[in-house]
Ligand binder design. Structure first.
Ligand code: FES
Length: 299
């Protein structure tokens, strides 16, 4: 059923359309919001998979277009339009007219309040779009470092070789000698570089718990300074200290490369090593702590 009202010009028109008449518009609005939601999900998936500018642009267009079309259609076709002028031939209204007015008013209120589904759909569409927009921010932070900041390529059983790829044997270094070494599968690797020093010809324990880490007087330390990452390559045999040339930090080789002078805040990590049955030097395991300076100081 519809009610006819008259406007300023005297023309009559349906004041409140039937529920059936509005249903088509409601479907249009709901479809617009649903299309927007689906496009937003597609946008999120596209970001997650690495992104493709043309696809993301098209999905963004559909997302915003769906919200816009839905809101415009809602406002234009589902919200009662005005102004309406009621005929007022007498100033005093009859009881029946007052009841009709109240009924009309309540019907209008019901019209405004009976579309919670569309409201929720609009909220879902806009909210999801806001959440999806966090993705570009997260992706701009770059790839996740995962365990890369805590580990190096060194691992148990790694064959230790010189920069030329030659395996290290017991006779490679004289007492007091020093050499830069790498795992055989990462020769030249920046964070794998390790200084090998021979401080004597008997097994040496630098710290409690490291009784097997210094076979035949060989000790291996990370070459990356714990202050700012310079290569620590100067060995003073007389004092058995390693010197970093950048800011003159000194590390005591005999006691686990603990810093004894300069700005370095912590010891050089020591690599546990052993000689295998063929006499080649190998790593017992990787470094037991991150190499180099703190994460936030690395270049
Ligand atoms: S980088 Fe080694 S002391 Fe500064």
């Amino acid at each position: 059923m519809s009610i006819t009202e008259r406007d300023d010009s005297g023309a009559s028109h349906p004041a409140i359309e039937t529920v059936e008449g509005k249903r088509g518009y409601e479907l249009v609005v709901a479809a617009s919001f649903m299309v927007s939601v689906l496009a937003t999900v597609g946008l999120g998936v596209s970001y997650w998979l690495g992104g493709q500018p043309q696809i993301e642009g098209a999905l963004l267009f559909v997302t915003l277009g769906g919200i816009g079309i839905g809101m415009v259609a809602w406002g234009k076709y589902l919200v009662p339009q005005g102004p309406y002028v009621q005929e007022r031939e007498t100033l005093k209204s009859e009881i029946l007219e007052r009841e009709a007015f109240l009924e009309s008013l309540e019907r209008g209120q019901r019209q405004l309040g009976r579309r919670p589904f569309l409201g929720k759909l609009l909220g879902l569409s806009v909210g999801l779009f806001g959440i999806i927009n966090i993705f570009p921010f997260l992706r701009s932070l770059g790839p996740q470092p995962k365990k890369a900041l805590f580990t190096t390529p060194w691992k148990a059983g790694a064959l230790i070789v010189s920069v030329g790829g030659a395996p290290i044997t017991v006779d490679t270094l004289e007492v007091g000698g020093i050499q830069t070494v790498f795992p055989s599968y990462d020769v030249g690797g920046a964070i794998s570089q390790t200084v090998l020093i021979r401080i004597g010809d008997t097994n040496w324990t630098t710290l409690p718990g490291r009784e097997t880490w210094g076979p035949n007087g060989y000790l291996a330390y990370s070459k990356i300074c714990t202050h700012a990452g310079c290569p620590v390559g100067l060995y003073q045999e007389l004092t058995q200290q390693l010197l970093c040339p950048c800011h003159q930090s000194l590390f005591d080789v005999l006691t686990g490369a603990t810093p004894v002078f300069g700005p370095a805040p912590r010891p050089l990590p020591q690599l546990p090593i052993y000689f295998d049955s063929k006499g080649n030097l190998r790593a017992q395991a990787g470094y037991d702590q991150p190499v180099g300076p703190g994460f936030w100081e690395r270049g």
